[in-house]
Write a protein that binds this ligand. Structure first.
Ligand SMILES: C[S@@+](CC[C@H](N)C(=O)[O-])C[C@H]1O[C@@H](n2cnc3c(N)ncnc32)[C@H](O)[C@@H]1O
Length: 283
């Protein structure tokens, strides 16, 4: 029977544990390309131990051996590791490219519909609202933000994010080409940063499952970042079909830094816009 806790045995050497976790994460990155190396240690440690117990193993190194030699075990660990992790202006180069390459196209539209699929706790949506606001386009945009997980959507609707991440987000914002002072957008409340409710005026949060649900509108932009990497080929193909159906002609699809349209059945229907995982639907 698997140990139900997500903790190491009491006698486990904590220095050794740290070393083993770092080696495990490095091995996963080098072998599979999933980068969990900079994730907060306490949370990743908990998830790793949950998986060690579920696999009926006793050490982090044993888990490393298993995931390197057994793709199915890697899939299972991935499910434990990947849930809901997000950040404001994540991969700042993406937002910089969006400003440079997509905003000029959007300026030509009287009304702009954006879909954030797999938006998690909303950091990505707030980032986009800030960007559109700075470009003078938020007033004519509507952002639909969806996720399979209602709990994260509830969190997103509050507009409150951890205060201790504001420094990281400020740096991301600047690298993303932000034109103001990032602190203008929030007020500090206890250990939370409350973002301006005006940013949410044109945002609709709603539950939607990419694996089973249908399209619900026609969009000028679809952003789905760091979601498809956790799906297998056939589910990725389903989701690409859904996005293709849901995008207006010349609409833009934005993917995560480890995702692309390569080898998808829809590759020929898009052209890349620059090199930042932005694609324009051309047919
Ligand atoms: C790693 S987060 C990515 C968040 C954000 N897009 C980003 O890049 O920072 C992945 C999100 O996808 C959501 N997700 C997973 N499976 C999904 C599905 N079948 N339909 C919709 N969302 C899903 C998860 O709940 C999670 O919030």
């Amino acid at each position: 029977m698997a140990n139900p806790t997500a903790q190491p045995p009491l006698a486990y050497d904590s220095h050794l544990e740290r070393l083993e976790v770092e080696l495990l994460l490095e091995a996963i990155y080098r072998h599979y390309g999933f980068d969990f190396r900079a994730y907060a240690f306490p949370s990743i440690r908990r998830r790793i131990w949950k998986r060690i117990h579920a696999e009926e193993l006793t050490t982090v190194t044993a888990l490393q051996e298993r995931v390197l030699h057994d793709k199915d075990a890697m899939e299972r660990l991935l499910l434990d590791l990947s849930i809901n992790v997000t950040a404001m202006f994540r991969d700042p180069g993406f937002y910089r490219a969006f400003r440079n390459d997509v905003i000029p196209l959007l300026r030509t539209y009287p009304f702009i519909r954006v879909w954030h699929a797999g938006c998690s706790t909303g950091e990505e949506v707030f980032s986009m609202a800030i960007l559109l606001e700075e470009e003078g386009l938020l007033g004519r945009a509507r952002l639909y933000a969806t996720d399979i997980n209602e709990v994260v959507l509830q969190q997103a609707r509050t507009g409150i994010f951890p205060l201790d991440r504001m420094q990281e987000y400020t740096e991301n914002y600047i690298r993303a080409g932000g034109t103001r002072s990032f602190s203008e957008y929030y007020t500090a409340r206890y250990d939370g940063a409350l973002f301006s409710p005006a940013l949410l005026a044109n945002v609709v949060f709603s539950q939607h499952n990419l694996a089973t649900d249908r399209s619900f509108a026609e969009f000028n932009v679809i952003i789905c970042r760091n979601v498809l990497i956790y799906f297998d080929r056939s589910l990725q193909a389903r989701v690409h079909a859904l996005f293709y159906e849901s995008l207006a002609t010349f609409g833009v699809l934005g993917l995560g830094s480890k995702e692309s349209l390569r080898l998808s059945p829809f590759e020929a229907c898009y052209e890349p816009l620059g090199t930042s995982r932005l694609y324009r639907k051309i047919r």
